[in-house]
Design a protein around this ligand. Structure first.
Ligand code: AMP
Length: 207
């Protein structure tokens, strides 16, 4: 299983990706998580990436392509992987095509209004779990007990920029993977477990 998850910010990619990777025992590769880890550690890459992330803009292609190429070369990716948040531009998709053969691109579809609401109420944990204030009212993680926080780029002004970036630069990838014959749409407005079941059905049918 060589998977790509597409969808607007807040579509539920991260939540579903975590569950799918647990089920199929494949590594979850989130470029956003890798970049945030670098920011936290204060690496040169993190310092550079932060300038773009804080504005809701994409980190330059050559930076993320290099990161992903290196990560996919590691042993645990041999039998499969799930890319969450990569590719985000046509350039990235074309580069990926040179070093990996994607078996499924799952496009999690949601309405823009729903996305804004989801992001505004999203709370994260450092262990990777994420929650929404509408169904989780505690401020500590149910899995590991750490304190939950809101991502800096989940604040309203940045969200608008991220959505614009998605529409201009990332949405065209839907057509790209459709042409490749590997795209499946999933209705991301459904209840979380239902979205998960739909993805599992697609993957079990195709792999
Ligand atoms: P995410 O956690 O996937 O929403 O990513 C958070 C931010 O990290 C994005 O808004 C971008 O600034 C940056 N980022 C993550 N993945 C990529 C990518 N594939 N290409 C460029 N920038 C990225």
């Amino acid at each position: 299983m060589y998977l790509v998850f597409l969808g607007a910010p807040g579509a539920g990619k991260g939540t579903q990706a975590t569950r799918i990777c647990e089920k199929y025992n494949i590594p979850h590769i989130s470029t956003g998580d890798i970049l945030r880890a670098n920011i936290k550690e204060g690496t040169p890459l993190g310092v550079e990436a932060k300038k773009f992330i804080d504005k809701g803009l994409l980190v330059p292609d050559e930076v993320v392509i290099g990161l992903v190429k290196q990560r996919l070369g590691e042993k645990d990716c041999e039998k499969g992987f799930l890319l969450d948040g990569f590719p985000r531009t046509l350039e990235q998709a074309k580069a990926l095509n040179e070093f990996a053969k994607i078996s499924n691109a799952i496009n999690i579809c949601v309405d823009e209004n729903l996305v804004v609401d989801r992001i505004a109420g999203r709370r994260m944990c450092k262990c990777g779990e994420s929650y929404h204030v509408s169904w989780y009212d505690k401020d500590t993680c149910a899995k590991c007990g750490s304190k939950l926080y809101q991502r800096d780029d989940d604040k309203e002004e940045t969200v608008k920029a991220r959505l614009e970036v998605y529409k201009k630069q990332t949405a065209p990838l839907i057509e790209y993977y459709k042409q490749m014959g590997v795209l499946s749409d999933v209705d991301g407005a459904q209840e979380m477990n239902k979205v998960f079941e739909d993805i599992v059905r697609i993957l079990d049918d195709n792999n």
